[in-house]
Design a protein around this ligand. Structure first.
Ligand code: GTP
Ligand code: MG
Length: 201
């Protein structure tokens, strides 16, 4: 099993964004939706990305390099109520700087907790990605917390918010506990990055 992923660096300021000209897949969405847990599950590395039940764990832009060919970028979560105004402003700036500076964003994975409807911030983020013409997939996270009947309702509701979504194509359920969605994600990554999927599986 060959699956190389390495932590590269934490970036707090746009001048420190990596100079390597590698394509990037960016993970974004609200705090606590499971972005860091996603990295650990998809790449079979239990504690590579730090996770926490306290929202706001990831405070920097964290870069991981996969198979020496692309970056997975874990953005700090936005929109958690319990952070100070200053802290929130700092996060917003980091995220704006990221999207306005990095030119090789191949795709964004926008995480939304499958138990909740998209928030205003999710709508903003979606608009943002559309305006920048960044291809995106919406990942409905923590799907292990829902019953089968709830899953199909959630799916319908999210499509009402974002009618361009097609389940299985740019809308997926994901569970870092059960592994739901992992195979589909690995397919997407290998398709996008044109690397042999056996590297990833
Ligand atoms: P920030 O770094 O604050 O932006 O959060 P994050 O989006 O990186 O979330 P993180 O991966 O740290 O997970 C937040 C909490 O949700 C942790 O307690 C995780 O154990 C839990 N969690 C993550 N993914 C899942 C999942 O698929 N199912 C369940 N049940 N819990 C999950
Ligand atoms: Mg995190």
């Amino acid at each position: 099993m060959l699956k190389k992923i390495e932590f590269v660096k934490s970036v707090f300021d746009k001048k420190d964004l990596p100079k390597d000209n590698l394509p990037e897949i960016v993970l974004c969405g609200r705090s606590n939706v499971g972005k860091s847990s996603f990295i650990n599950l998809v790449f079979n590395r239990k504690n590579l990305a730090k996770t926490s039940s306290t929202p706001g764990k990831t405070r920097s832009i964290n870069y991981y390099k996969v198979e020496d060919s692309f970056f997975i970028v874990d953005l700090p979560g936005t929109g958690y109520a319990k952070v100070s105004k200053e802290e929130r402003a700092r996060w917003n700036k980091i995220i704006r700087d990221y999207f306005s500076t990095v030119k090789k964003i191949k795709m964004a994975f926008h995480f939304i907790d499958s138990r909740h409807n998209p928030t205003d911030l999710d709508i903003l983020l979606n608009d943002y990605l559309k305006n920048l013409l960044i291809p995106y997939i919406i990942i409905l996270s923590k799907s292990d917390k829902l019953k089968q009947s709830e899953l199909s309702n959630t799916r319908k509701e999210v499509i009402e918010f974002f009618p361009e979504l097609v389940y299985g194509k740019n809308l997926l359920f994901f569970s870092a506990i059960k592994g739901t969605g992992k195979t589909e994600i690995l397919h997407k990554l290998s398709d996008e990055m044109k690397i042999n999927e056996t590297f990833l599986l």
